[in-house]
Structures are given as structure tokens and as C-alpha cells.
Design a protein around this ligand. Structure first.
Ligand code: KIV
Ligand code: ZN
Length: 530
């Protein structure tokens, strides 16, 4: 990627660092769907995974490189520790991409050197230099990260960066791995690098940060003011522990406050040219897709994409907004694609209209997925007169959610009420094609359904999160259910949408159980082959 000092490069790591949070695990098809949407969103770089981590990770990076890494598409990147076998795997996985990047890292803080790596500073410098050069033998586009840079000795950091750049790194990324720094400290680290690394003009300065103290976005914005030109972020801020810096917050801060940031990028204060390549109208849709597929819910008061981000409750605010939006709104909901929700289809709409609208919304489904989605659309349209774009997205997201099809919900029946003991009967089709029916009583209808399902599936698990949200307003709205369950120390998520929230609850639960069941089957397979 050419150095563009007056523009901010958006490096999305939803599929790598974002996917590292418990329960957010995505399968290859889901990663591909997200990668395609990230390309539509306009990110410059997709960190598609950590190719060496597992055969599944390798395949995901490689498929994304093949499908999304086109000439005019984003750069496709794989993470690699500073080790030969990691870098080799990363190089092979990104090979199909028109533009591929290897991102290699080694820790530089004293605490990591002493306890994790058990290496001296000169040893770390030598490894960084050697591994960047090795990565460079596969691709020109090499990124180097000194892990835990936020807590590293600046003088040592300067030396490592200088040697990494001399060895061929074209991007040097400064991670605040543990989310420890404050904005002014982080800004000073970036300024120090620009002033003390003699060959820094040969590389782009990138930043990466975690949100343990809720400061990641603020830190990045301070970094931009001090010379950072690439931001590593995730959709909805998902990621390890408290997550990563949120893409939507960074992009909208740079957009809404561009007059403030312009001079730091050498532009005229009033320049209207966008500071990033992001198509902001795709933000809301991308946020929903990532939330649905990962099962990581967006808190209602989350900046930019939370359900309340554009809602005005207080009378004073409502009055002001009615008189002039600008009294209490700093950005229009339309900017993030929030109010593009049109009523487009109904019960009598045909396949062609369905396919055309999906295409306009950016969904390109295989014939098989289209058929499945059309059947679901007809079922929903029978119950709900008007189908909006958001309903269509919920239907399609449900169909393309690739939870393995092991157990299938065939029937859900509940009886409940103020004087009744909630009772549920469920019929599931098992992976062997057998139909099994069982019944249970519970504290409520969903509890009864879940107990009946557990009697059939018979894999111990603990429900740790259950949430119902309506896709649109109105009594006939689709209800989206997201659940997360735990088996031993692992978390699995499930998601489903239906006009009947009990049915959606059953489907979401079975989706999560299918992921759990598939993971257990995989473990057995690996034990047998070991
Ligand atoms: O947080 C971190 O330090 C990372 C590096 C691998 C960039 O994710
Ligand atoms: Zn990270």
C-alpha cells in the first residue's frame, strides 16, 4: 500500500483479534460473509486470521484471500508470531490475494521478555530483524508489531523499530496490548517514534489498542494527531477482554470532527475530503451482521451503533430536535445507514423481486442459499404484511449463519399462562435423521423449551446469556434471539429470528448446541487420528 500521509488507513481485525473473544468463534463461511461486507464497507486491510493457529484458521485466511482479495479489494493480512513456521503459513494463506500482507510480532516490554519470552533485549532485536526479513522474502507488504509497546521502554522500542524497518517492514504497528496507556501518554509514544526512529519515513505508523480502561478510541485519536496513519480496529469494538478500538467510533469521530483533525494530516481546516475510505452508510449493517454472527450483542447505549445512539427520550431534547435537529444531534442517522430501512416487499412479492432487493442490499447468495432464504421470506411474509430491509437482513443473516446442521427443530409447542405450569414439547431431528420428541416443565415457556431440548441433545451446558430484540417496531415484528452457552470453559453462541419468539428461542439454542456438538465431534476425530 502506498504511503498516503494525508489519509487514515483502516485496518480491520474483527476476524482475528475480534474473533479471539470467548464465544465469538465464527466458522469459515461466516468469516467469508463478514469479509465481503468489510470490503463493501471500504476497509483498506482485512486481518483475516492467524493462519498458523489451526487448519481452520489457515483455510479461512486463504478463502478470504481468494474471494475478497481482488485487485481493487482490500489488502488481506495474516498474523504470524516471529517464527519461521508461523510466517511460512501466513505467506501460503495470503498467496491467493492480489495484495497480501504478513503481520509479524514479538513482545518488547521487560515484563514479557522476562516472564513470557525469557529472552534478552539483543535477542529480541535479532529475532525481529530476522523474521521481518524472512516475511519480506514472501511479500513486499510486511507489518511488524512490538507487542506490549505501551509498556515498553521507549529507547528500546526505537531500536527495535529502526531495525525492523531496515529489514523491510513497511508498517510498524504500536500495540497497547493491555489497554494501559492514557491518551496523552499514547500520543507521546507516537511522537517519540516519529522523532527518534531515524528511518521512520520509510514506514507507516499504525496503532492497535485494547479497551481495558475504555480509552482505546481516545488513544488512537491522539495517536493520529501525533503521526499515526493506520488504525487497527474491530466492528462493535469486539475483541480480547474489554475489546479493541471500535471501527465505527473512530471513523465517525474522524468524519464528524474532520475540521479538527484536518490540520494534523496537513490538510486545510475546511477540507471536506473524507479522512478514511469507509462508506459510512454501510456501518450499521456491518455492525448488525457481526453482532448476529458472533452472538456478541451491542449494548443499547453504545456510541454510533447502539439502539439508543440516535434516540431522544427527554422532552427537552425531543422539543429541540423537532425545532432543529442540530440542537441535540451531531450527526444524522442516515450517515451510518440507519434510516435506510424501507418497506419493500410483501406476501405477493416474487423470487425475482426478492433476489433483486437482496442484491441491492449487497447480498449475493448462492442458488441454494437463495432458495432457503426465499422459503423463509415467504413464511415470514405470511405472518407479517410488510417486509422491510431490516427484516430481509435478519432473514438472510439467519440463513447464511452456518451453524452446523446437526440437530434440527421440527416442532415446538408450549402451553403457559398466568395460572398454568409452563410446559413444552419439542421434536428434534438428530444428526442421524431420527425424530426425537420430549417434553419438560420450566419456570417459563423458554425455560421449558430449553429443558425439553436438553433432554434430547443430552450435552451438559449452562445458559449464560439470553436476549430478545425486535428487528423493527410493530406487534408483528420479527424477534431476534441471541444466546450464549458454556460447556466446560468454552462459550458457544446461537442466533435466530422469527415472528414467534419462542420458536426463535428454540432455534437459537439449537444453533448454539450444534456448534458445541460439532466441536465435541471434532475433538473425538482429532483424538482418533492422534
Ligand atoms: O494486542 C496485541 O498486542 C496484538 C498484537 C498481535 C498486534 O493483538
Ligand atoms: Zn490485540
Amino acid at each position: 500500500m502506498s504511503r498516503q500521509a494525508d489519509r487514515i488507513i483502516i485496518f480491520d481485525t474483527t476476524l482475528r483479534d475480534g474473533e479471539q473473544c470467548p464465544g465469538a468463534t465464527l466458522n469459515i463461511d461466516e468469516k467469508l460473509v463478514i469479509a465481503k461486507q468489510l470490503a463493501r464497507l471500504g476497509v483498506d486491510v482485512i486481518e483475516a486470521g492467524f493462519a498458523f493457529a489451526s487448519p481452520g484458521d489457515f483455510e479461512a485466511v486463504s478463502k478470504i484471500a481468494q474471494t475478497v482479495g481482488t485487485e481493487d479489494g482490500p489488502v488481506i493480512c495474516s498474523l504470524a508470531r516471529a517464527r519461521h513456521d508461523d510466517i511460512k503459513a501466513a505467506a501460503a494463506a495470503i498467496k491467493p490475494a492480489a495484495k497480501g500482507r504478513i503481520h509479524t510480532f514479538i513482545a518488547t516490554s521487560d515484563i514479557h521478555l522476562e516472564y513470557k519470552l525469557k529472552k534478552t533485549r539483543p535477542e529480541v532485536i535479532a529475532i525481529a530483524e530476522e523474521m521481518v526479513a524472512y516475511a519480506k522474502s514472501f511479500t513486499d507488504d510486511v507489518e511488524f508489531s512490538p507487542e506490549d509497546a505501551g509498556r515498553s521502554d521507549p529507547e528500546f522500542l526505537y531500536q527495535v523499530l529502526e531495525r525492523a524497518i531496515a529489514a523491510g517492514a513497511t508498517t510498524v504497528n504500536i500495540p497497547d496490548t493491555v489497554g494501559y496507556t492514557t491518551p496523552s501518554e499514547f500520543g507521546r509514544i507516537i511522537k517519540g517514534i516519529t522523532e527518534n526512529v531515524p528511518n521512520i519515513d520509510k514506514a507507516i505508523i499504525s496503532v492497535h489498542g485494547h479497551n481495558d480502561l475504555g480509552l482505546a478510541v481516545a488513544n488512537f485519536l491522539e495517536a493520529v494527531k501525533n503521526g499515526a496513519r493506520q488504525l487497527e480496529c474491530t466492528i462493535n469494538g469486539i475483541g480480547e477482554r474489554a475489546g479493541n478500538a471500535a471501527l465505527e467510533e473512530l471513523v465517525m469521530a474522524l468524519h464528524v470532527r474532520r475540521q479538527y483533525f484536518n490540520p494534523f494530516l496537513g490538510r486545510a481546516k475546511n477540507s471536506e475530503a473524507p479522512l478514511t475510505n469507509i462508506d459510512t452508510k454501510q456501518i450499521y449493517k456491518t455492525s448488525r451482521l457481526v453482532s448476529n454472527l458472533t452472538g456478541m450483542l451491542v449494548q443499547p447505549n453504545k456510541a454510533i451503533v447502539g439502539a439508543n445512539a440516535f434516540a431522544h427520550e427527554s422532552g427537552i431534547h425531543q422539543d429541540g430536535v423537532l425545532k432543529n435537529k442540530l440542537t441535540y444531534e451531531i450527526m444524522d442517522a442516515q450517515l451510518i445507514g440507519l434510516s435506510d430501512n424501507q418497506i419493500v416487499l410483501g406476501k405477493h412479492s416474487g423470487r425475482n423481486a426478492f433476489r433483486t432487493r437482496l442484491k441491492e442490499l449487497g447480498f449475493e447468495l448462492s442458488e441454494n442459499d437463495l432458495n432457503k432464504a426465499f422459503v423463509r421470506f415467504k413464511e415470514v411474509a405470511d405472518k407479517k404484511k410488510e417486509i422491510s430491509d431490516w427484516d430481509l437482513e435478519a432473514i438472510v443473516n439467519d440463513e447464511i449463519q452456518q451453524a452446523p446442521d446437526l440437530f434440527k427443530v421440527e416442532l415446538v409447542q408450549v402451553s403457559c399462562g398466568s395460572k398454568a405450569q409452563p410446559t413444552a414439547t419439542v421434536t428434534l431431528r438428530t444428526p442421524d435423521g431420527e425424530e426425537l420428541t420430549d417434553a419438560a416443565i420450566g419456570t417459563g415457556p423458554v425455560d421449558a423449551v430449553y429443558k425439553a431440548i436438553n433432554r434430547v441433545v443430552n450435552v451438559p451446558n449452562e445458559l449464560i446469556e439470553f436476549s430478545v430484540q425486535s428487528v423493527t417496531g410493530g406487534i408483528d415484528a420479527l424477534g431476534e434471539v441471541t444466546i450464549r452457552l458454556r460447556h466446560e470453559s468454552r462459550v458457544f453462541s446461537g442466533h435466530a429470528a422469527n415472528t414467534d419468539i419462542i420458536v426463535a428461542s428454540a432455534q437459537a439454542y439449537v444453533n448454539a448446541l450444534n456448534r458445541l456438538y460439532a466441536a465435541l465431534q471434532q475433538e473425538v476425530k482429532e483424538e482418533v487420528t492422534a
